[in-house]
Design a protein around this ligand. Structure first.
Ligand code: SAM
Length: 253
């Protein structure tokens, strides 16, 4: 079957890499796991063998019959023919895993973040550049919107970098495995307010935080959370973004 570019199809064929991902996923009997984009089932077959309670989310019409056939005798596997971006999680917590189609990885991560209370952990294969952005630390050039948003709710670990040859067809870029473990305790901040603040803060990276936020934040508010107005947005910590959001929400109440 030809790979469909518009569905981000780069199928894993390297057993070493597949083993590595499965080791990081650590599937257990009866554990509720959702796999996004199972494709031909390269990772799926190992998760299925662990007797985890597995839900597969696949958009490609042509792959559904193939998956149905492959897992016909597996009572612990359910196949859903749908767009992962429409996924509404209930009755969690779930481990959400997958070798994600690169074209939907950022919106999918944000969608999962907004449903974080239903998620215990996520293990994804992503573009290396996206993993570096998510796991970036303040002061690094990778640190940005995605880092602040995801680190707010998840502990992020970057694992192996995977070369294009592990896939068929090979993508043009390197990939990397990321593990995002939901924080048991986190700063209670309204997510849409944090999202909106962070979006404005990083609007122009070369500008100071004061300049990017001047329409919404006062000098005094920056000072309260210990931000120097001359700082660049990528040097402000996740905690400071969270505290600033809390302050703004409180002041508009
Ligand atoms: N897991 C397989 C593997 O590692 O070989 C396939 C990974 S491939 C990078 C991405 C998979 O996601 C494909 O099977 C593709 O059809 C599926 N896909 C693409 N867009 C999707 C969407 N919006 N919702 C669900 N699945 C999607």
């Amino acid at each position: 079957m030809r790979a469909k570019k518009h569905l981000g199809q780069n199928f894993l064929h390297d057993d070493g890499v597949i083993n590595n991902i499965v080791k990081i996923i650590r599937p257990k009997k009866n554990e509720r796991i959702i796999e996004i984009g199972p494709g031909h089932g390269a990772i799926t077959q190992y998760i299925q063998a662990s007797e985890a309670d597995l839900q597969l989310i696949e958009l490609d019409n042509d792959l559904i019959p193939l998956l149905e056939q492959k897992f016909a005798s597996s009572d612990n596997v359910q196949i859903h023919h749908m767009d992962a971006l429409q996924l509404k999680l209930t009755a969690g917590p779930y481990k959400v895993v997958g070798n994600l189609p690169y074209n939907i990885s950022t919106p999918l991560l944000i969608s999962m973040l907004f449903q974080a209370e239903q998620i215990s952990e996520m293990v994804f294969m992503l573009q290396k550049e996206v993993v570096q952005r998510i796991c970036g630390s303040p002061g690094e050039k990778n640190f940005g919107r995605l880092s602040v948003m995801l680190q707010h709710r998840f502990d992020c670990t970057a694992h192996l970098v995977i070369k294009p040859e592990a896939f068929n067809p090979p993508p043009k870029i390197d990939s990397q495995i990321i593990q995002l473990v939901a924080k048991k305790e986190f700063n209670q901040v309204p997510l849409p307010a944090l999202e909106s603040l962070v979006k404005q803060a990083f609007q122009q990276r070369r500008k100071t935080i004061r300049n990017n936020l001047k329409k919404v934040v006062s000098m005094a508010q920056l000072e309260i959370v210990g931000i120097d107005p001359k700082q660049r947005p990528e040097t402000v910590t996740v905690l400071q973004y969270e505290e600033l959001t809390k302050l703004l929400v409180k002041d508009t109440d």
